[in-house]
Design a protein around this ligand. Sequence first.
Ligand code: HEC
Length: 178
Amino acid sequence: MKSRRLTFLACGALTFIGAACALNSSRETIPADWEQASYIERGNYLVNHLGHCVGCHTPLAPSGESDMNLYLSGVPAKYAGTIVGRSQMAGFPGPRGARFYAKNLTPDPETGLGRWSEEQFVRTFKNGVRPDGTKYPLSPMEWNIYANMKEEDVRAIYRYLRTIQSIPNKVPANIPPK
Ligand code: HEC
């Protein structure tokens, strides 16, 4: 009799733990067992295989392909003011003569993302805003789509971008609409 009661209690406890686990796993928490290394690996996967970041943010080699020696360093400074040509030189056209130049995503502190904190980066992706809080205008960077990424994916991208080669390149300033 006593042992049946014990079994009953034990089963009850297990059910409770099971339910607690199910509840917990439905919340979007960052898995505790994720090592920094897996974040970087995941960021690499998202940037290079899914997010298509390279196509817009990497200058072109004379062959017309992305120049991987200038990986993710944005539109080269020498093309400032250029409005004719491929978007990796002449930026992307916007309304009323506007131009948007893809930025330097390398960790260079002066011209890249070196001074961005991880929290600023997450806010940028979640809300389409610059670190100073101003909104990016309608631009070819699909902020509304990237905002659907899980926070942990955005963090993974940030951590991966910290590991790439730092390339100083001051991307030309956008040309605002007239
Ligand atoms: C279709 C082209 C395109 C793709 C794809 C793209 N970007 Fe961009 N990105 C841009 C342009 C253009 C800007 C500049 C927007 C502006 O100034 O309004 C930009 C801006 C940014 C900024 C803001 C930088 C700053 O200094 O303000 C970050 C961060 C960024 N992109 C990261 C990424 C990442 C990471 C990916 C891949 C997940 C990506 N982009 C994919 C074109 C693109």
